[in-house]
Design a protein around this ligand. Structure first.
Ligand SMILES: *Cc1c(COP(=O)(O)O)cnc(C)c1O
Length: 389
């Protein structure tokens, strides 16, 4: 591997040259069933015909003018996302971290609008929000902070899925202006909170006048069986961010807001050169079309439940299994022992999976896969687990 790339990633020594649906193909023509989709990005599968056609047509028409001018495709995308989410307006950037930066800036302006000079945002242990300075500070993982101190001020930490600790902070800290949380912890291993967690957070936020800000960079875009994971709880946040699955691989990020939060970022307070350009918006429209027309949210629910039932059946009584869990197509099998070696063994077996927090096999397969492909992922993962020495 070349030394002219900064060594920020431990790369698996395989080079894909082509993708189709649920499969990737390397330079030797070997096929890999993709149960990770580039970290929940390629939710419609590789080389999706509708997305590919939309991108090709837009690239041959107009890609970028900047936000100095109107961008009708961006306006229509914002309308669609507001309709889907119940939010009022959208800021477009190019990544999850950028969407989250917008959310955190909204929280700070909101605080200042209430005459709080040093506003605090409550963030959760084990969370992941990105790698920029504000989003790495918001992240609840020491490894992400290490070496980058001083971290930003204005963050208060609470354990995930612990409403009492949030209430305690509220009783003691008058500078809090917002709670920022993933509805399901993604990077740290598909941790699903109690059913009423978001409802209780909503109530605490209402009681104190705080913004409820949800990071749906990974959980959004149909992956959990609803467009946004908060829609399972029947609540509305004040701010919600998304990115990964929104344009099936074209960089895009979106920060959606409603109520007071929607009034915070005005001309001159925030911006992005590339954000919401014609190309990324054309891709996102094609993704929304497919999610709606092909019933992909219902498929995410069906396929996720099918995978978990098959895992439970095949792994019943296996003492290496700690937990099997999912919400739609965020699927995890947690072992009682470290198993990072399975990533490489899976590659040998023609399967792409991820292992997080050392013991959690994480799967984020395409919403467009067939029942057979879902079964094959499960069977291959079971075989890998059973092969552990
Ligand atoms: C991946 C992820 C991010 C960061 O997104 P980038 O596009 O890598 O900046 C933020 N939040 C969550 C929940 C994520 O899963």
């Amino acid at each position: 591997m070349t030394e002219s790339i900064m060594p920020t990633y431990n790369r698996i020594p395989v080079s894909m040259v082509r993708g189709e649906g649920s499969y990737l193909y390397d330079e030797d023509g070997k096929a890999y069933l993709d149960a990770l989709t580039g970290l929940a990005v390629v939710g419609l599968g590789h080389a999706h015909p509708g997305v590919a056609a939309a991108i090709a047509e837009q690239a041959a028409t107009l890609m970028h003018t900047s936000n100095l001018y109107r961008i009708p495709l961006q306006e229509r995308l914002a309308d669609r996302l507001c309709e889907i989410s119940g939010m009022e307006n959208v800021f477009f950037g190019n990544s999850g971290a950028e969407a989250n930066e917008a959310a955190l800036k909204i929280a700070r302006i909101y605080g200042h609008s209430k005459n709080i000079a040093t506003p605090d945002v409550i963030v959760m242990d084990m969370s992941f929000h990105g790698r920029t300075m504000a989003t790495l500070t918001a992240t609840g993982n020491r490894k992400v902070h290490a070496g980058f101190e001083p971290l930003l001020s204005g963050f208060v930490r609470a354990p995930f899925n612990d409403i009492e600790s949030v209430k305690n902070i509220g009783a003691n800290n008058k500078n809090v202006v917002a709670v920022f949380v993933e509805p399901i912890l993604g990077e740290s291993g598909v941790h699903i909170p109690a059913d009423n967690y978001l409802n209780e957070l909503r109530a605490v936020c209402d009681q104190h006048g705080w913004l409820l800000m949800l990071d749906e960079v990974q959980t959004g875009n149909g992956r959990t069986g609803k467009f946004f994971a908060y829609q399972h709880a029947g609540i509305l946040p004040d701010v919600v961010t998304t990115a990964k699955g929104l344009a099936n691989g074209v960089p895009i990020g979106a920060c959606l807001a409603s109520g007071e939060a929607a009034k915070m970022l005005v001309a001159g307070t925030h911006g992005s050169t590339f954000g919401g350009n014609f190309l990324s918006c054309a891709a996102a429209h094609a993704v929304l079309d497919a999610i709606e027309n092909d019933g992909l949210m219902d498929r995410a629910t069906e396929l996720g439940d099918r995978m978990v039932a098959r895992f439970e059946d095949a792994l019943k009584g296996n003492n290496r299994i700690d937990d099997i869990r999912n919400k739609g197509l965020m699927v995890a099998v947690q072992l009682t022992e470290p198993c990072t070696q399975l990533i490489g063994e899976a590659v040998d077996a023609g399967l792409l999976i991820n292992v997080t927090s050392d013991t959690i096999i994480r799967m984020l397969p395409p919403l467009t896969m067939s029942d057979d492909e879902a079964d094959t992922i499960v069977d291959k993962v079971v075989a890998l687990i059973n092969s552990l020495g």
